[in-house]
Ligand binder design. Structure first.
Ligand SMILES: [Zn+2]
Length: 428
């Protein structure tokens, strides 16, 4: 009997990936089906459904699911879920009841799907989804400012507003995991694989550190706080697509491994990646991070300052507060067993302090801004991209060597935009 937290939704790991002869037969069948091209986001969603990362989802959401998730964080059957997992199309010819093949932009057929519902998504529907899912309490979301800036500055909103006229729902048979296993050997691990590794190590109480930036000293500190109080920490990096200016997965994974080799006890940490794209959903994305981590057997989600932040749309600790603010996280769902079991591990703003002579947080350090090195991934990328000096104590030398090398070999320079959250100007 596993001591790890059970998968979300009470149905065990729901894996839609076909294998062997079954997969070959379905691929053959797909050749004769109507094909629609899917976004990179949908490709990531499908792979997660394939490997059980999105349990209990076994397909794209119906209108009732979509509406319930946006409005109440609940799918139609009463299961907690924080962000819509929908499939859009502009194809007028797709019919309800029809089987279709879903092909990625890379030409790979990722799945077949039985279309059980096709529903229209008007501009008003999309705007409603954006307001429900992406609007926060930060500077860019309040006082009617959201729509003034969101179309320009919010990649999540841009993504939803650019979607097709319809959403189509239905269960899927997943036919490919993409090239993640080849590109990230030993790091791209399925929920089953991570659970098996943690069971082998005897872990029961586990934390995950979400990463989309290279690890700086604050990330290292967060992971180490978790290791002190849990059996171990999974450093879990997004290896799907990011926005321009972000550092690619292979470079980030190399940085993490170097950091682990030099500064961690290897038995207490796992370096792993998951195949999703960023949704840029701020606090709701924090909840999604916890939801799919539960499927990986993880029962604590590290949530630090500005988790999954986007510009200045969210308050610095909004992704922590949302865990207290919404139902079905703390209390039971209307249906038993369908609430979120992975809990937030909330950590205050962390930094290096010269007077404390070490890493500290707002809860432990009594000094002022002037004594501290304010750490942020955006600030680190900006300094490296501009070829500027990286302040002492920002990152470990072994990691900075890898990052400098990456930036020096970039043929096209990308402007890194500084937002207020990353600048540290809010620190007292
Ligand atoms: Zn201090």
């Amino acid at each position: 009997m596993s001591k790890l937290v059970p998968p979300h939704g009470g149905k065990g790991l729901v894996c839609c990936l076909l294998e062997g002869a079954e997969r070959d037969a379905e691929l053959k069948k797909a050749e004769g089906l109507k094909t629609i091209e899917i976004s990179n986001r949908a490709k990531g969603d499908l792979i997660m459904m394939g490997i059980g990362g999105f349990s209990p989802l076994d397909g794209f959401m119906t209108k009732a699911d979509w509406k319930g998730v946006c409005d109440k964080f609940l799918m139609a059957d009463g299961t907690f879920w924080p962000v819509p997992v929908t499939l859009d199309t502009d194809d007028d010819a797709v019919k309800e009841g029809e089987e279709i093949a879903l092909k990625g932009k890379d030409g790979v057929v990722y799945a077949t799907m039985k279309v059980t519902e096709k529903y229209e998504m008007t501009e008003a529907d999309k705007k409603w989804e954006c307001e429900k899912v992406y609007m926060g309490h930060g500077e860019d979301s309040v006082d009617g400012k959201f729509w003034e800036v969101a179309m320009e500055d919010h990649p999540g909103v841009q993504m939803v507003m650019a979607q097709g006229k319809y959403n189509i729902a239905g269960t899927v048979k997943v036919l490919s995991e993409g090239d993640y296993a080849e590109r990230f050997p030993g790091v791209y691990l399925t929920p089953k694989q991570i659970r098996a590794e943690m069971e082998k190590r005897g872990w029961a109480n586990v934390a995950a550190l979400q990463l989309r930036n290279p690890m700086h000293r604050s990330h290292e500190f967060l992971a180490k706080i978790a290791i002190e109080v849990c059996d171990g920490c999974v450093i879990h990096s997004l290896i799907g697509n990011l926005k321009p200016g972000d550092i690619p997965g292979d470079v980030r994974i190399k940085c993490i491994q170097t950091l682990i080799d030099n500064y961690f006890v290897a038995d207490n940490v796992i370096n792993a990646g998951y195949p999703l794209d960023m949704r840029y959903a701020g606090p709701r994305e924090g909840l999604l991070h916890a939801t799919f981590r539960q499927n990986y057997g993880i029962n604590n989600m590290l949530i630090g300052r500005d988790h999954a932040g986007v510009g200045d749309f969210y308050g610095l600790f909004e992704a922590q507060d949302i865990f207290d603010r919404i139902p079905y996280v703390k209390e039971a769902c209307p249906e038993p067993g369908k609430a979120l079991l992975c809990k937030p591990m909330k950590i205050d703003w962390t930094f290096y302090c010269y007077r404390c002579d070490g890493m500290a947080s707002m809860r432990t350090c009594p000094h002022t801004k002037e004594d501290r090195v304010i750490l942020s991934g955006t600030k680190l990328r900006k300094a490296l991209s501009d070829g500027a000096e990286v302040p002492d104590h920002f990152g470990r030398d072994e990691v900075l060597v890898i990052l400098r090398d990456y930036y020096e070999n970039l043929t096209e320079k990308v402007e890194v935009k500084m937002q207020k959250a990353a600048s540290g100007q809010d620190m007292k």
